[in-house]
Design a protein. Structure first.
Length: 346
């Protein structure tokens, strides 16, 4: 919204028929061809379901709706991955407390998390919980069930935040890989179970992760903007799929751009019939860092060193750009306002 490089337009909602009406008004003055990039799961749901009502000028690459919904649901993805013999940890779906006996056969520790993104759940609970026993799952789930009954319990893959890898891709209409970038997390927030706080390129595993991701996407018929998260098991050194992000950009998508692989630009050029930009791997590779989340992660884990000291690579801040400072200034002002508000509410 604040960037000098974009033209902001505020809308009343990001989902449902009302959003589609807002979208039609927004693109009316944008020219004969507009490529749509989505960033929210709820918007992906809406655009996919109501794609027939998109203006003819709007282009977006999506797989068939039912397949997209399966990939966005953790149990749906699990069943697809198992059918494709893809490397995934064992997972049990909980739809009510009557399903709790199913978790007794899992090997612990495990992770308890929602089957799909839910905003009411996110406002009251953590993104995921590491649980040490079926009894712990039982106690936690009974608290969560009134808010969100559809949860999964997945066997834990041993390793630290630095063992979490990902592959960001754009897949063309014939299943071809238009652009691909492999990276790894440095820190998560909250540690071990949260989103990306800092990350960098993973050139040493790029081919394996790109091939594995592209193969899975090809088998399930996925096209468009997507990614796959992996965790490398400290016990056997193998990569296991954790979950995909489909139909939208990933939170850490910019780590690819700062390391020489601009995936949205490649997607745009591909869909507009233009020559693809060359991928120019940056050396030394860059660390992309959400400074606030990375600092919180360091403080909780007791680590004194920052991402640059930890990796030796230059750091690019997620918000700060000297030639485009307003996003950073807006973020700083919001944090200050939140701190003042919290003091007055104590």
């Amino acid at each position: 919204m604040r960037s000098r490089w974009g033209k902001a337009r505020r809308v009343s909602t990001l989902e449902g028929p009302a959003f589609m009406n807002e979208l039609q008004r927004a693109v009316a003055s944008m020219g004969p061809r507009v490529l749509l990039f989505l960033t929210e799961e709820k918007t992906v749901n809406t655009v996919s379901e109501l794609r027939a009502s998109l203006p003819v000028s709007v282009l977006i690459r999506l797989p068939e709706h039912q397949r997209l919904m399966e990939l966005m649901h953790k149990q749906g993805f699990q069943e697809l991955a198992e059918a494709m013999a893809a490397p995934v940890p064992r997972t049990v779906r909980l739809q009510s407390s009557q399903d709790l006996p199913l978790v007794r056969g899992l090997n612990y520790p495990c992770v308890l998390k929602p089957s799909e993104k839910n905003y009411e759940y996110g406002a009251r609970f953590k993104k995921a919980y590491k649980v040490g026993s079926a009894h712990e799952v039982d106690a936690l789930y009974r608290k969560i069930e009134p808010v969100l009954a559809d949860m999964v319990v997945q066997e834990w893959i041993e390793g630290a935040d630095g063992d979490i890898y990902f592959c960001l891709q754009y897949i063309g209409g014939q299943g071809e890989v238009v652009s691909s970038f492999s990276g790894r997390k440095i820190r998560s927030w909250p540690p071990r179970i949260g989103g990306t706080a800092s990350c960098t390129a993973a050139w040493e595993h790029a081919q394996e992760l790109s091939d594995t991701t592209a193969s899975f996407f090809r088998q399930v018929g996925f096209t468009g903007m997507g990614s796959m998260e992996y965790k490398r098991d400290a016990r056997d050194g193998l990569f296991y799929m954790v979950e995909p992000t489909v139909g939208r950009t990933d939170f850490q998508e910019e780590v690819a751009t700062v390391n020489g692989c601009n995936i949205p630009l490649a997607a745009y050029c591909h869909e507009m019939g233009q020559a693809l930009p060359a991928m120019s791997p940056v050396s030394p590779q860059r660390v992309w860092r959400d400074e606030q989340a990375d600092r919180w992660s360091r403080e909780v884990s007791g680590e004194a060193v920052n991402a640059a000291a930890l990796t030796g690579f230059p750091v690019v801040d997620a918000q700060w750009r000297w030639h485009d400072p307003l996003p950073w200034l807006d973020d700083i002002s919001r944090r200050a306002a939140d701190r003042i508000k919290s003091k007055f509410h104590k």
